[in-house]
Ligand binder design. Structure first.
Ligand code: TLP
Length: 343
């Protein structure tokens, strides 16, 4: 029987742990559209506590969470400033255009990390014939930047620039706990400068479903309206929230292990004759490997798949590898073996 492949396509592939499955089976539930699911309420309270915001709302996905936050902070015809390869721009089916009727204003970052000066330059001056810049959206860690972390001082400077121009600020913190672990700060310190924060339970935290959006009470009440409008009002969602509570308690502390394994993996990838890796930019659980022509990302992924390792093409000459809770040291050894020969 063929061995199960080592799946490094994303940390979204993680499966719930035995403790999560037990918590799900035993969860106390109620109708969350009435606000009566005690487990959802406990998860929301915990999310608000961890991000030091007044309140939080459980939503089905990071995409819906970001979409709702953009909707709450903007009016049609306004502009959202974000990094040029931000998830909210690349991977959300033009949600900001469709749901909110806003334009993205793209600012290229350095491996996804925005420079406050460049952001200041991109914010249009007030004029009745220009779209009003309404929202700055920052991603931390930055996915396409290679899991890179924006430090607290830069986050504060970015938000100061936006606030001085009357803009709201949103953090796509899908992997905020990876950033917090790598930077050695609490997630609340990364969330503090922002009006709203979205974080995912279903990536490195290994829970099956869900994200939290966090902000003021008034923000969450508006967000609740749009969640319902989008069909994200779930009923006995405590069975999902229960896994999220376990994730926050038991999986967050193990994220540094994912980061250690990503570093080992990056060094192995860098040693391969057909690949190169900017090792100084490997900061969390994502490794971007450049493929040397004439080899292509498609060929590299196909050959690795034959050798029992899954990775994803992520751009013209790039393959993305993501370590996570379901990749242990033995799996990493198998990846090392798969990288032992040319492609
Ligand atoms: N990222 C996924 C893909 O969509 C690319 C992945 O495999 O990494 N923000 C960020 C920074 C994300 O990386 C993702 C998912 C989301 C938002 C959306 O979360 P979901 O998948 O829950 O909608």
């Amino acid at each position: 029987m063929a061995a199960v492949p080592v799946d490094l396509r994303s940390d979204t592939v993680t499966c719930p742990t035995p403790a999560m499955r037990r918590a799900m089976a035993e969860a106390e539930v109620g109708d969350d559209v009435y606000g009566e699911d005690p487990t959802v309420n406990a998860l929301q309270d915990e999310a608000a506590r961890l991000t030091a915001k007044e309140a939080a709302l459980f939503v089905p996905s990071g995409t819906m969470g970001n979409g709702i936050c953009v909707k709450v902070h903007t009016q049609p015809g306004e502009e959202v400033v974000c990094e040029a390869t931000a998830h909210v721009y690349w991977f959300e089916n033009a949600s900001m255009a469709v749901l909110s009727g806003v334009l993205p204003r793209l600012v290229p970052g350095d491996h996804g990390i925005l420079d406050p000066q460049r952001v200041a330059e991109a914010i249009r001056p007030p004029a009745y014939y220009l779209p009003r810049p309404a929202l700055l959206c920052v991603e931390n860690t930055h996915n396409m930047g290679g899991g890179t972390c924006t430090p607290v001082a830069t986050l504060k400077a970015l938000c100061r620039v936006a606030q001085e121009r009357g803009m709201a600020t949103h953090l796509d913190g899908a992997r905020i706990f990876n950033a917090a672990a790598a930077l050695g700060v609490p997630a609340a310190a990364l969330a503090a400068p922002f009006d709203s924060v979205q974080f995912c339970l279903s990536k490195g935290l290994a829970a099956p479903v869900g994200s939290l959006i966090c902000g003021t009470r008034a923000f969450v009440e508006k967000a609740r309206v749009f969640r319902k409008m989008l069909g994200g009002g779930m009923r006995q969602a405590g069975v999902l929230a229960a896994a999220g509570l376990v994730a926050l308690r038991e999986v967050v502390p193990s994220l540094p292990e994912d980061h250690r394994r990503a570093r080992v993996l990056a060094e192995r990838l860098a040693a391969h004759p057909d690949l190169s890796v900017e090792l100084e930019w490997v900061q969390t659980n994502i490794v971007m490997a450049k493929v040397k022509p004439p080899k292509t990302p498609g060929q590299v992924c196909a050959t690795l798949k034959e050798r029992g390792v899954l990775a994803s093409p992520a751009g013209a000459q790039v393959v993305r590898f993501v370590t996570h809770h379901d990749v242990d040291d033995a799996a990493l050894e198998r990846v090392g073996e798969a990288l032992g020969k040319p492609f």
